[in-house]
Ligand binder design. Structure first.
Ligand code: MLT
Length: 412
């Protein structure tokens, strides 16, 4: 008799985005006319092609793979130095942030990294997760057996929930009980909120006082428009001793289908074994990557490196301003419709309060049926997401304008 991982049975319904996809397919089959005008603002998936500098580097790398002299087999599991050095220089050193190239681990996605990081963390950790939250953090903890069952509102026993509400500007207060591992994501998915330097500094102090680790997801940092908003947790003194940072090329450079990301683990960062002996996490993650991963492909790492050449930087800035232009259009349309609107100024997500406390899946159905627009119901991000919905600004300009028009026609 073989056994399954019974923790999977605790998971609720399907993963959020496939579940939305399932409902949209059902709608499309029963309403083919409405489906023909469908616009997707649900999952935050980019629509614009890769920057030309990346495409050029990608092609050149493919050509290298076609020649015996330049062909590459297995690459370094932790990433090619050319990419790690370009990241260290451009994302960190040039901004006065201390991160060394060999503290950067190149991977095929921040989603995978935020999930896989649990491999090197103990099962006895008390896990704190913001609510609402990017569902991967929670679901992977359920899968790893770090929780009990979910209650009626979908909250799992054993998780410390950190409510993010309009009242706290979607930056949580410290938990009442001590948390060992804390997931933070800024600019935030799904609320589009940002954390100030002071707020992050407070979390770093909390983590240092409690010997906790912050798992900091900065996948959306490129969308920050306000120079005062921190782009990396390592802008905060002391963060190197208590934080891991996750970054991605998915949203800034359009790599959602190409897959490239990286995780930073500073050499100073450590945690204890069950006997109380301290161990560096950098070495453990390197061991994990070398064992379970053979590296992101050479052409993709070449394409990602092109993000940092002058043309690449200008093209990425163009993509960011395109999506943030969409965010402005959508924000203004929602506000003009009398809705209570958050986010969308330093992040590509607009977080909107459902009118009259309508349940968010009902709003999902309403917007789908009345406007043929797919949004994401807040409840899919956690109990505290109920009463909100999210609109993604990742779209063509014409689609964003059309969605703005349709939002204004809905009888909210
Ligand atoms: C989202 O829509 O929340 C994101 O696209 C999901 C992801 O990046 O995996």
């Amino acid at each position: 008799m073989a056994y399954i991982n019974g923790n999977y049975l605790k998971l609720q319904a399907g993963y959020l985005f496939p579940e939305i996809g399932r409902r949209v397919n059902e709608f499309s089959q029963t309403n083919p006319d409405a489906a023909a005008r469908l616009i997707r603002c649900g999952i935050g998936d980019v629509t614009e092609p890769l920057p030309p500098a990346c495409i050029e580097a990608f092609h050149e790398a493919i050509d290298e793979m076609a020649n015996r002299e330049t062909f590459k087999g297995y690459g370094p599991e932790l990433g090619y130095d050319f990419l790690r050095e370009a990241i260290a220089e451009n994302d960190f050193s040039s901004r006065g942030i201390n991160v060394d190239a060999n503290e950067i681990f190149v991977s095929d996605g921040a989603k995978c990294d935020t999930a896989n990081i649990l491999d090197i963390l103990g099962h006895q950790n008390r896990i704190a997760i913001t609510d609402p939250v990017y569902p991967v953090y929670l679901d992977t903890n359920v899968m790893a057996g770090h929780t009990g069952e979910a209650n009626d509102s979908g909250q799992y026993e054993g998780i410390i929930y950190l409510p993010c509400t309009a009242e706290n500007n979607f930056v949580p207060a410290f938990p009442g009980t001590k948390a060992d591992v804390i997931y933070l994501c800024y600019p935030n998915n799904p609320t589009g909120a940002t954390a100030t330097k002071e707020q992050l500094a407070n979390w770093v102090s909390y983590a240092k006082e409690n010997d906790s680790i912050i798992l900091y997801d900065a996948a959306y940092e490129a969308f920050i428009q306000d120079a005062e908003v921190p782009r990396s947790i390592y802008e905060i003194d002391g963060a190197r001793e208590c934080a891991i940072e996750f970054r991605s090329f998915s949203k800034n450079a359009g790599f959602t289908g190409t897959r490239c990301a990286f995780t930073v683990i500073p050499k100073e960062l450590s945690a204890n074994d069950a006997e109380g002996n301290e161990h560096g996490l950098h070495g453990l993650w390197a061991r994990r990557m070398a064992t379970k991963f053979n590296g992101t492909s050479y052409p993709i790492q070449k394409a990602a490196t092109a993000v940092y050449c002058n043309e690449g930087k200008a093209q990425v800035a163009g993509l960011v301003s395109h999506y943030m232009g969409n965010a402005k259009i959508l924000r203004e349309a929602a506000t003009a419709s009398g809705l209570e609107v958050y986010g969308g100024t330093n992040a590509p997500y607009i977080w909107i309060k459902t009118p009259n406390s309508t349940p968010s899946w009902d709003i999902f159905d309403k917007v789908l049926n009345e406007a043929s627009v797919v949004i994401t119901p807040g409840a899919g991000f956690g109990a505290a997401g109920e009463g909100y919905f999210r609109i993604s600004a990742f779209n063509s300009r014409s689609n964003a304008e059309e969605v703005a028009q349709r939002l204004s026609e809905i009888n909210w």
